[in-house]
Design a protein. Structure first.
Length: 312
């Protein structure tokens, strides 16, 4: 009988068959998604590990983290708790995410994350609402080394039911029902309304849209790589379609070390090529500045040392 647990197991087995990671770690919060993932992984991969990140943002978080680690150990995983300090720009959600990913990053192998189809739908809606461009709307990848997301085609309800099959009691994070968080309102208000208005299947449709956009983005990125390795004349770069030109620029900026590029950053740098009128430099994350000087683009590093220029 193909019940919820069998569906989760099939999704994880497919991921392992496709990617064959040399070492497997499961990121576990104690919620249903990560617990179901941990239980199935423990059964399929002897020697797999679990890491529980304690953000310290809620009263009793240390006890919650230790309880999740104990459950993982009972499932057969070597488990540990890593405590982090949440700070920095972008609000508590962004700061917690940065701290969590830094604590989880492995020396080798893959870290499995319990993101589901519902998380993917929320990510696509966030990207649409913020006008973040196709790369954001394309959502999360199932394999984005060192991160693995085997459950992106599995519904959140399925992971809850799988835990019930296993006799596991997931922890329910109170932040997941706090309307102060944008994702919570999407989950509790926007998606149910869309399901009602559009006659159901919205999460599936959003996930399919993300998959289609990822294919398109991958194709354009591959074409952009062919241009980014060349020293091309100004007219050649200027005459490229804007969507392709921005991808060439993105590869160049990432190669220069610029972090966390957004669609807005890329469009402003692109204007140095496609809408040149003598404007000044473009400030970028990490203290970098992109400028056009004598018909060429250059990136100045935070300390002010100019990077290797490219023609533009």
């Amino acid at each position: 009988m193909n019940g919820p647990l069998a569906e989760v197991r099939t999704a994880v087995k497919r991921f392992f068959a496709e990617h064959q990671p040399e070492q497997v770690t499961v990121a576990v919060s104690g919620g249903a998604d990560s617990l179901a993932l941990a239980a199935v992984t423990a059964h399929l991969v002897p020697g797999a590990r679990a890491v529980v990140v304690d953000h310290g943002l809620q009263e009793g978080s240390a006890a919650i983290a230790e309880r999740a680690a104990t459950t993982c150990a009972e499932l057969g995983l070597a488990a540990e708790v890593r405590r982090v300090v949440v700070s920095g720009p972008g609000g508590p959600e962004a700061a917690a995410r940065r701290a969590r990913y830094a604590a989880l990053r492995p020396d080798r192998g893959v870290v499995l994350l319990g993101h589901t189809r519902d998380d993917q739908a929320e990510t696509v809606l966030l990207g649409l609402g913020r006008g973040s461009g196709p790369r954001s709307i394309a959502g999360m990848r199932s394999h984005d080394p060192p991160w693995g997301r085997p459950l992106l085609a599995v519904a959140r309800d399925t992971t809850n039911a799988a835990c019930a099959e296993l006799g596991l009691t997931p922890w329910v994070d109170p932040h997941n029902s706090d309307p102060a968080f944008t994702r919570v309102r999407l989950r509790a208000e926007v998606l149910p309304l869309l399901e009602d208005v559009l006659r159901h299947g919205v999460a599936d449709a959003l996930a399919r849209t993300a998959a289609q956009l990822r294919e398109d983005c991958d194709a354009l990125d591959e074409i952009a790589r062919r241009f980014s390795g060349d020293r091309r004349a100004a007219d050649d770069l200027h005459d490229l379609p804007p969507a392709l030109r921005r991808r060439v620029l993105r590869l160049w900026l990432l190669d220069a070390g610029v972090p966390e590029l957004s669609d807005s950053h890329l469009r402003r740098v692109d204007a140095l090529v496609g809408e040149w009128r003598g404007q000044g430099g473009v400030w970028l994350p990490g203290g970098f500045v992109a400028r056009r000087v004598h018909g060429r683009l250059a990136v100045e590093r935070p300390e002010g040392t100019p990077d290797k220029p490219v023609q533009s």
